[in-house]
Every structure is written in structure tokens, then in C-alpha cells.
Write a protein that binds this ligand. Sequence first.
Ligand code: ADP
Ligand code: MG
Length: 213
Amino acid sequence: MAMDNVTVETLVDWLARFDSAVTEQRDYLTELDSAIGDADHGANMARGMTAVMESIGAVHPGTVGELLKTVGMTLVSSVGGASGPLYGTFFLRMGIASGSVTELAAPDLERALRAGLEGVVQRGKAELGDKTMYDTFFPALEAYAAAVAAGSDAGPAIEAAARAAEEGRDATGPMIARKGRASYLGERSIGHLDPGATSAAMLLSTLAIAIAR
Ligand code: ADP
Ligand code: MG
């Protein structure tokens, strides 16, 4: 058992940290969504993650697959709008890809993240540059994969992913939105960070913190 493997306990710690992050940043995420959407992204994410922590507490999932599928199903059922199904699918697919294991080695986490992101794309059809959460997730996964290919453990690889995620988030500022509600604004969406790209960067940074702990 490698020291750096990601256990169910680490993943639960990640989810708790992400719950705290979106709850603390609820107003900020809502402010971003009020500029180019309908001002509910903070509320959506906070409500969803509160429900997730309740489900986990009730079910006590024993495997990575069970845990992440519980997260995905809870998000799909508790969050309306675009972000519930998209984040829900991300976690569901991660869970299905992980299966009945109690920990993930660095390449297993890559496979899970890739499956999650493929689910997001299948569902939302986002492409790079559309100003969505995909603009955060895609470079994060690329950075993670490059680090793992170079021999990194999950910890340093996910730190590289979190940095790439922040750059991806920041790059959404000048983009014109082409998916979701923000696309109705056309060029008026320029100059604002995408809310989902911002919460996705929080998802990666809290995973880096949980794994480093
Ligand atoms: P809604 O847009 O229904 O109000 P939220 O405000 O919670 O839902 O989430 C908005 C975020 O969802 C956007 O900032 C964007 O990142 C993401 N999003 C919307 N549509 C798509 C899509 N088709 N593919 C990927 N992400 C999307
Ligand atoms: Mg919204």
C-alpha cells in the first residue's frame, strides 16, 4: 500500500472541505452568477454539498465507488439547474470508474477523473473556450496526467492539477460564453469569471489539501 494512495477517508475529507469552501464562498459564487447568469450558483452548490454530507453521514459508504456514486446521486437529486446534473454526473462517473476499492493509486485517480470529465462533456457538450467548468477541469486533468506520466504520486500531481485549474478558471474571464445561461449574454459575458469554472477550481484545490494532509 503506497503512502500516497487516496483512501475513502481522504475523499470524505475532500468532500467536507469542498462543502465548507462553497458554503463560505456562497455569496462570491452567487455574485459571479449574478453577473452572467441567474444568481444561484452559490446557493446551488452550498445546498448540494450540504445534502451530500448528510447522505454520506447516513450511508457511511465503505468503498470509493459507493462514496462517489452517493455524492453524484445526491447532487443530481438536490440541485436543479445546470450544475446539479453536471457535477452529479462527474461524481457518478468517477464512482463507476473506481468500483469497489477502498483506495486509489495515482493512475486510478486519473482514470476516475477522466471518466467524470467525459460524463460532463457527454451531458453538457462543452468544448474548450466555451466559458464553463470544463475550462477548469480540462487543463487540470491534463496537468494531473502529465505529472503521473512523469512518475508523480497523487499528492504532487493533484497540486499541479489545482494550479492548472486556477489558471483555467482565470482564463474564462475574457471568454464569450457559449453554453448555459451565460451564453444568452453573448459578448456581454466578457470580463466575468465563470461561476462553475470557479467552483471547479475549488473542487481541485480542496482535493489537493485533503491529499496533502
Ligand atoms: P444554472 O445555469 O442552471 O443556473 P448554476 O448557476 O448552478 O446553474 O451553474 C452554472 C454553471 O454551470 C456555469 O457557470 C457553467 O460553468 C456550468 N455550465 C452550464 N452549462 C454547461 C454545459 N453545457 N457544460 C458544462 N458546464 C456548464
Ligand atoms: Mg445559475
